[in-house]
Write a protein that binds this ligand. Structure first.
Ligand SMILES: Nc1ncnc2c1ncn2[C@@H]1O[C@H](COP(=O)(O)OP(=O)(O)OP(=O)(O)O)[C@@H](O)[C@H]1O
Length: 806
């Protein structure tokens, strides 16, 4: 059954139970059980080990709430015995919760973790030396790698980069002196961008400057030809590369770079190309388009084609575009001198060079290599890596930065949301402890929902004529994507700013939001999809939270690589469900063991004080508050926010209140809270996304083990929404019965299989109000169906919407 009934909350607290503990309130059966449990522990004597879990949790787990009487309507019947104050019904004037009397049943029927926490490695182990930091200045400098004095001085004096990183040390001399294709592979945050940019800029500059830095007679300029094209999978990454390149080119202002990316005006891109450009940064789709339609784009002088994050481009379906681009560039005759008579050969490579870059290598990179590389050299950060790779065979070993501290929280589905809030609350409790955190979520709908849930809508009211003019936050492009956070800001710290980013947002919004997050001086959180997992380089990201695990291990490596960059410290926390997901850590690369954490300790730490709830939803604190009761109060509050009717939801949509009222009057049926609909949609997308983990990892992310009723709670929903896909239910039906049975998803999330009446009837989304908890799991999804679903998800979430291929 779904555990969304209400339980009476015992005031047991966290302290060890004393003799003669009296349990008050609640059903007699629960009281008796708690009493018996307490006696049992005391009877075992001091030498016996108490259960790991908090008594209240353990007790709730042992007991099962009695079955509820069935009634017709959805939510209300589930709380039939609950006092009005706990419901968001019309008779409750405010959203007051009487904590201590009524709470949401968060701590019952949760599966236990299989991890042995007692044998877990200690969290405070000193991490090894950073593996992606610049090398020591005394031993290494850019000049010694063959980079011109002008560039080396510019790097040291203006960009504060005195020594190269290990990958730069190996790649730069090779690319300056050799004309071979190259596959540059090094861990995240190790400076791969400069590893390919510096040789390119050095050699183009050499067309205009002698070795001693004196100018040559002929100086190339923006109209002297396009010499290099850099392809990257996302617009954000293109812009970021362009920012780095522009900084480097400040020491050679006669050279020009520009971007051509989806979502921008093609007309203005054409105009820029016509004015002249020496280095072009592009997304594959848009470049292929320009090669077809922009006559002024001449690739005869192009000597370098760089494919940054090559595996990602393949994964996103850019293979055809890349084939087209490579063949078009190769088809043209390679000009030995440019139209102005400047001799290119000898200074620039005498052949077209392709450079492939990635921190990870998937099988598809090999295919990309076949399309684009010829006799490529494999450049890695260290000799030992190269040897190990050669010995291991074809597949390169990829790793996370050694200084990155990784941990995982094994948390039951029902407790995910409150645990996330608790983690954020304790993370931002003190000033300066963490400046920036990124939360990765599986899909855009879920990002939208979590952003709306966690933002402080009160603080978003537009400035009145008397209020002081606010700063950058009034950028209209970030109005819907940047907001102060509710719940997680502590009085001892500055207001935490919340940001959201995913591919369904318009390009100007995406750019402005990323800019706002990057420049934010206050503590900041970015809630995002995998769109931000690749290549993004935001300074001072101290923490990465994978609230939903990545769809494949290489994606995990890229996600956590958003912190611990260029030798800086960083932490990554992964949320896992108890059960098969726990085994996932065994396949993750980590320099030091991934430390499992108890969700109870996260809740305890985060809820040491009550969560700061918006004023309209205050809790009436009675009696002693414990972390469990605070967690339950918080969950209940979140659920009530979703259930509040639009008219009550004053702080959900202050601006649109009048409009909402007028509309609601016109309708006979009351409108649902938009946040409720957003939660339902997020839930559905989340479940569908869950089915898209790569096949090899599906043993850890087994959709048949997912408890939909419990997972709904993680979206603050009391009812499991329907319409998860007829799809999912039908697949369950197909897999479980070979086609002659009919699957039903119950309102609590249960899939039951019934004999078909033979008439088809289709109904994957029928509801079966079955209160039995035992089989409350989604049915098996067959391989083929999962593959189709994965492909569809990829199309929907990544290729078309996430990245808006231009
Ligand atoms: N030699 C250097 N000295 C100091 N900082 C450097 C150096 N080289 C690069 N950096 C900095 O390191 C950070 C990471 O660089 P970059 O984005 O190129 O890493 P990457 O290897 O491409 O990472 P990813 O695989 O995640 O894309 C950037 O902030 C960059 O400014």
């Amino acid at each position: 059954m779904a555990d969304d009934g209400m339980l009476l909350n015992f005031e047991i607290g966290d302290a060890p139970l004393k003799n003669q503990v009296k349990f008050k309130g609640g059903r007699w059966r629960d009281r008796l059980k708690a009493q018996r449990n307490a006696k049992q522990w005391q009877g075992n004597g001091p030498s016996s080990t108490p259960p790991r879990r908090n008594p209240i949790t353990a007790d709730h787990e042992a007991s099962r709430p009695a079955k509820r009487p069935r009634t017709e309507d959805g939510d209300s019947h589930r709380h039939a015995k609950v006092p009005r104050t706990a419901d968001a019904g019309p008779k409750a004037p405010s959203h007051a919760i009487k904590t201590g009397h009524v709470s949401s049943s968060l701590f019952t029927s949760n599966p236990s973790a299989v991890t042995d926490f007692d044998r877990a490695p200690a969290e405070e182990v000193e991490p090894p030396k950073p593996s992606n930091a610049p090398l020591s200045e005394e031993a290494e400098n850019f000049r010694s790698l063959g980079v011109s004095r002008r560039i080396a001085q510019h790097l040291a004096n203006k960009l504060e980069m005195k020594a190269p990183t290990a990958i730069q040390k190996n790649a730069v001399p090779q690319l300056i002196n050799g004309d071979s294709d190259a596959f540059v592979q090094a861990e995240t945050g190790s400076g791969k961008t400069l590893a390919y940019l510096l040789p390119i800029v050095h050699r183009i500059m050499a067309l205009s400057l002698n070795e001693d830095g004196t100018p040559k007679e002929t100086k190339v300029h923006r109209n002297s030809g396009l010499f290099a094209i850099i392809l990257a999978p996302t617009r954000e990454l293109c812009k970021q590369i362009s920012v780095v390149l522009e900084k480097v080119l400040r020491c050679a202002p006669w050279l020009v770079c520009t971007t051509v990316i989806g979502g921008e005006s093609k007309k203005s891109e054409k105009a820029r190309i016509r004015k002249g450009v020496n280095i072009l940064i592009a997304t594959p789709g848009r470049l292929a388009d320009h090669l077809d339609n922009t006559k002024v784009l001449n690739v005869g002088t192009v000597r370098w084609l760089v494919l940054d994050e090559g595996d990602r481009m393949m994964e996103m379906g850019f293979e055809d575009d890349i084939r087209t681009i490579v063949s078009k560039i190769r088809a043209g005759k390679l000009l030995k001198e440019n139209p102005e008579g400047v001799v290119l050969d000898g200074i620039l490579p005498s052949r077209r060079v392709t450079i492939l870059c990635s921190a990870t290598m998937k099988m598809n990179v090999q295919r990309l290599g076949e399309i684009s590389l010829e006799d490529a050299v494999h450049i890695m950060a260290s000799k030992s890596e190269m040897t190990r790779d050669a010995e291991a065979g074809t597949e390169a070993v990829f790793a996370a930065p050694s200084q990155l501290k990784q941990s995982c929280i094994i948390v039951p589905a029902k407790l995910r949301l409150v645990t996330l809030i608790s983690l954020l609350k304790s993370t931002f409790a003190r000033k300066g402890s963490v400046m920036k955190a990124i939360i990765f979520i599986s899909c855009a709908d879920s990002v939208d929902f979590h952003f709306d849930l966690l933002k402080d809508t009160k603080a978003l009211e537009p400035p009145t004529p008397h209020s002081s003019p606010s700063k950058a936050d009034r950028n209209p492009n970030t109005d819907a994507t940047v907001a102060p956070a509710a719940y997680i800001t502590s009085p001892a710290n500055k207001k935490v700013m919340l940001h959201k980013l995913h591919g369904s947002l318009a390009q100007p919004v995406r750019s402005a939001t990323l800019n706002a997050f990057s420049r934010c001086k206050d503590p900041a959180v970015l809630i995002t999809t995998d769109i931000s997992s690749r290549g993004l380089d935001v300074p001072s990201v101290d923490l990465v939270i994978e609230y939903d695990p990545a769809f494949a291990v290489p994606d995990h490596v890229h996600r956590i690589g958003r912190t611990a960059r260029a030798g800086r410290p960083g932490k990554a926390v992964l949320f896992l469900l108890p059960g098969c997901e726990e085994g996932y850590t065994s396949i993750l690369p980590a320099a030091t063991p991934i430390v499992p954490q108890l969700y109870e300790s996260i809740l305890q730490k985060g809820l040491i004080t009550a969560v700061n709830l918006p004023s309209t939803y205050t809790t009436t604190e009675t009696g002693k508050q414990t972390w469990t009761s605070r967690a339950e109060a918080l969950q209940l509050h979140l659920e009530q926010r979703l259930l509040a009717k639009p008219d009550d939801a004053t702080d959900e949509d202050e601006d649109g209140k009048a409009k909402a009222k007028a509309k609601a009057k016109q309708r006979s049926k009351p409108r649902d809270n938009p946040l409720l609909e957003s939660a339902r949609q997020a839930f559905r997308s989340h479940i569908r996304a869950y089915a898209t983990h790569v096949r090899e990892e599906r043993v850890y992310f087994d959709i048949t083990q997912l408890h939909l009723g419990h997972m709904a709670k993680a979206f603050a929903l009391r009812e499991t929404p329907g319409g998860i896909g007829g799809g999912v239910a039908r697949r369950a039906q197909k897999a479980a019965s070979g086609g002659d049975k009919k699957a039903k998803v119950s309102s609590s999330g249960k899939v039951t299989i019934k004999k078909s009446d033979g008439g088809g009837g289709g109904g994957g989304d029928d509801y079966d109000d079955d209160d039995d908890d035992d089989g409350d799991r989604i049915g098996a999804v067959d391989e083929d169906a999962a593959r189709r679903m994965r492909e569809k998800m990829k199309m929907v979430m990544n290729a078309s919407s996430e990245f808006n291929i231009g």
